[in-house]
Design a protein around this ligand. Structure first.
Ligand code: LMR
Length: 396
């Protein structure tokens, strides 16, 4: 019955990890997927997570069902984390639900918007995270792009504004709250204000993907986009992930927050989102949500998390410096200053698809076809190897 089924290409991000796993070279390095690795090349188990898990184990709780919209203590704490000081002004019209990671949050939001705004199109940045297009297409949307990255490595803000100025009311504008994936180029506060004002004027619905909050300048500083939209008091959505910031990748723990148009909309919106969750996975898994709720509801563990997040952020910055410095020495005729200007886990390296293929076949170094490399997977042991390999392919 499946003879007609077409073979699809591998996933542009996770497919790279599949190829990496199958590679037997002892020198292989995976700079594909956005996963933070510590100085020893391991996915860290954060101390705050371990302590929270030990506490959960001591409590010996049963593995009962979680409510459809998630653990209440999780939803409540995450709403405060996302909106911070702006939360009180939004509370009566805010819906926050636990989701299956950032991807699950985006999918809940996509399915919700598709039922409520069936004729809307969604606009994503050019380029964007590969799964944005795939996910919103799968939800039934026509996916369009707005200019974002210029050929000279700068940000095409004028292009973005020009596109936004022409959008009809009800269309959806997907934005990266910080640490733009894949380019690492973020908007300035005045640019967020301009986007917010224009989106409001056009009646466009902003959807902020905040998967990397805390990886640019810290949780508070990275909230600038969210704060800008929250202060305007108009409807928007936020997808949030704990995969990176708490190193809880496999637990699939994130959240979708919807700032609705008013208190009367809150109940109906929540009911729609609950129906989507119920008919997709019934209710979210409990372990990740309970772990996060424990960390966010105990000030000592929250403070420990902030410290551990700062260590990850600082180590990534040190790796950026290290890579830029080595490439500067090895390929003196090229400018690599963009590596230290870009923010978050990635560097949009400008490597061509051919160069990426050469890195893979000759050096077992894996990057995305787009040239995106995960700086968070570099360490003192592989930095020289990676820099030398990149310098080699750039010279050819
Ligand atoms: C990435 O962009 O590498 C991460 O968001 C992981 C993923 O799911 O693609």
């Amino acid at each position: 019955p499946f003879a007609h089924v077409q073979q699809l290409p591998r996933d542009p991000v996770l497919g790279i990890t599949e190829a990496f796993v199958a590679d037997s070279s002892p020198r292989k390095v995976n700079l594909g997927v956005g996963v933070y690795l510590d100085e020893n090349g391991h996915v860290p188990l954060l101390d705050c997570v371990q302590q929270a898990e030990e506490e959960l184990l001591r409590r010996k709780g049963p593995h009962s069902y979680v409510p459809i919209d998630g653990i209440a203590a999780f939803d409540n704490a995450v709403a405060s984390l996302i909106f911070s000081g702006e939360r009180p002004s939004l509370d009566e019209r805010l819906v926050t639900v636990q989701a299956l990671g950032g991807t699950g949050a985006l999918k809940l939001g996509a399915d919700f918007l598709r039922t409520t705004n069936p004729s809307a199109r969604i606009w994503i940045s050019d380029p964007s995270w590969e799964n944005h297009r795939a996910l919103f297409s799968a939800a039934g949307f026509e996916v369009e792009t707005y200019p974002y990255y210029r050929a000279d490595g700068g940000l095409d803000f004028a292009g973005l504004i020009q596109t936004l100025s022409s959008l009809p009311s009800g269309d959806i504008l997907l934005l990266h709250a910080c640490c733009h994936n894949p380019t690492g180029l973020d908007l300035e506060p005045y640019q967020w204000a301009e986007i917010q004002a224009l989106a409001a004027e056009r009646g466009v619905i902003p959807f902020l993907d905040a998967a990397y909050l805390g990886f640019a300048d810290g949780l508070d500083a990275d909230r600038v986009a969210i704060d800008t939209f929250a202060q305007a008091g108009l409807p928007f959505l936020v997808s949030f992930s704990f995969s990176k910031s708490l190193s809880l990748y496999g637990e699939r723990v994130g959240a979708l927050a919807v700032v609705t148009g008013g208190a009367a909309e809150r109940g109906p919106v929540l009911s729609q989102i609950k129906r989507i969750a119920r008919t997709t996975y019934s209710s979210p898994p409990s372990h990740g949500g309970a772990t996060v709720a424990t960390i966010l509801n105990e000030p000592g563990l929250t403070a420990l998390w902030h410290d551990e997040l700062a260590l990850m952020r600082d180590r990534i910055k040190a790796m950026r410096e290290g890579l830029a410095e080595r490439l500067r020495v090895q390929v003196p005729d090229r400018d690599f200053s963009f590596i230290t200007r870009q923010r978050g886990m990635f560097s949009y390296s400008g490597l061509s698809k051919e160069a990426v293929e050469m890195l893979r076949s000759r050096f077992s170094i894996y990057a995305l076809d787009s040239g995106r490399i995960c700086v968070a997977a570099l360490n003192k042991a592989n930095l020289d190897i990676v820099a030398e390999a990149i310098a080699t392919v750039l010279r050819e």
